[in-house]
Design a protein around this ligand. Structure first.
Ligand SMILES: Nc1ncnc2c1ncn2[C@@H]1O[C@H](COP(=O)(O)OP(=O)(O)OP(=O)(O)O)[C@@H](O)[C@H]1O
Ligand SMILES: [Mg+2]
Length: 353
């Protein structure tokens, strides 16, 4: 069996935390089987490496590996994306199309954000998991496929099941083996290691000397909650690498890059700076950017639906909630951006959360 350290190296996984090692070891162990695997863990913990390890170490490694972000595909098109459709199955279906389950026959499908799957799609997925058969949208002829499923989620399934948003039978079918990745704040030994790795990568990328943290900055790094996990740590390492002239980073400097230090470090620091300081301004810009990104994603979904269906009023009707959400939020962004302008008077405008 492949050695865990070698696998980590091959897939660029940094860290020696026992929870992380156990997760990689489990991936190596289940890889040769066809067992369905559910990867769980908070956002940004590195879930996407696990299905890649499983596929590459399985007998399917020469077959296709398809990663599907279930949360990013509009509800109206997801069945057709996954299972394909017959010509004429719906307006705009001018040709017969193969879905991922047909294309990936003999390979692996990674269903990322599987908790976002709509209920009717969950029924189709359960069927394919249980019988190896599926129906194209608009067809009554069952087709066979041989696909291994690895799914991932950062949502709490117990809650989703209780609320009726996720089928319990499908959950058990998907999670024959569960691989849980620990949050970064619980991987104490790895935090500084990862930071040093990212600092060195960014120094190389931007052709600048590597930043290093002084002792007090290291202790802040270790105590921070890292809600966005490794993705957030990497992002902070990049910002500091690019922006700081003095390459030895102090506690105060690091703190100015960490959003919500107060609420993320309740026991240590609680002296949030004045409302108009730099860290708050950055938070606002981040929030605006994140909101805009979400709107762009929503708009992409809508455009895709319009292109596929070609029937504007139908799409409008089916997506009334989404349309309402996008257009009613417009004013929020404007208000936030206006509050960011230097002449902004109201300190409340900086209260993002
Ligand atoms: N152990 C690690 N070593 C190096 N880089 C890592 C490690 N874990 C994660 N990363 C990096 O962190 C980022 C986030 O990882 P990934 O996209 O796999 O998160 P995720 O768990 O899928 O999050 P989400 O639920 O938000 O999709 C990626 O850029 C990934 O390369
Ligand atoms: Mg992911």
């Amino acid at each position: 069996m492949e050695n865990v350290q070698a696998v980590k190296q091959r897939f660029g996984i940094i860290g020696n935390d026992p929870g992380l090692n156990r997760a990689v070891e489990k991936a190596v162990q289940v890889a040769p089987t066809d067992i369905s695997v559910l990867v769980t863990g908070e956002s940004g913990v590195g879930k996407e490496s696990i299905p890649k390890i499983i596929h590459s170490l399985s007998h399917r490694k020469h077959g296709k590996y398809i990663a599907v972000n279930c949360g990013a595909i509009p509800e109206g098109t997801i069945d057709s994306e996954l299972f394909g459709h017959e010509k004429g199955a719906f307006t705009g279906a001018t040709t017969t199309r193969s879905g991922y389950f047909e294309v990936a026959d003999g390979g692996t499908i990674f269903l990322d954000e599987v908790g976002e799957l709509p209920l009717p799609t969950q029924v189709r997925l359960l069927r394919v998991l249980e019988t190896g058969e599926f129906l194209k949208v608009g067809s009554s002829k069952a087709q066979k496929t041989d696909v291994r499923i690895v799914a991932a989620t950062n949502v709490n399934f117990a809650e989703a099941i209780e609320k009726g948003k996720f089928r319990e039978d499908l959950y058990y079918r998907l999670s024959t083996v569960e691989i849980a990745l620990p949050p970064l704040r619980k991987r104490h030994e790895d935090i500084h290691l990862l930071f040093r790795k990212f600092a060195s990568d960014f120094a190389q990328k931007y052709k600048m000397p590597t930043i290093r943290l002084d002792d007090s900055a290291v202790s802040l790094l270790l105590q921070y909650k890292w809600g966005g996990n490794i993705r957030q740590l990497r992002n902070i390492a990049e910002q500091i690498s690019v922006l700081e002239q003095n390459r030895t980073i102090s506690f105060e400097t690091l703190k100015s890059y960490l959003p919500d230090v107060g609420s993320n470090l309740p026991a240590v620091i609680n002296n949030k700076k004045a409302d108009s300081d730099f860290s708050n301004e950055r938070e606002i810009l981040y929030k605006v950017l994140f909101d805009m990104q979400r709107d762009v994603n929503d708009l992409k979904k809508l455009t895709m639906e319009l292109m596929k269906s070609g029937n504007a009023s139908e799409v409008k009707e089916e997506n009334a909630t989404l349309i309402n959400k996008i257009y009613s939020e417009e004013t929020d962004h404007e208000a936030q951006l206006a509050s960011f302008a230097p002449e902004a008077e109201s300190p409340q405008a900086y209260n993002v959360e």
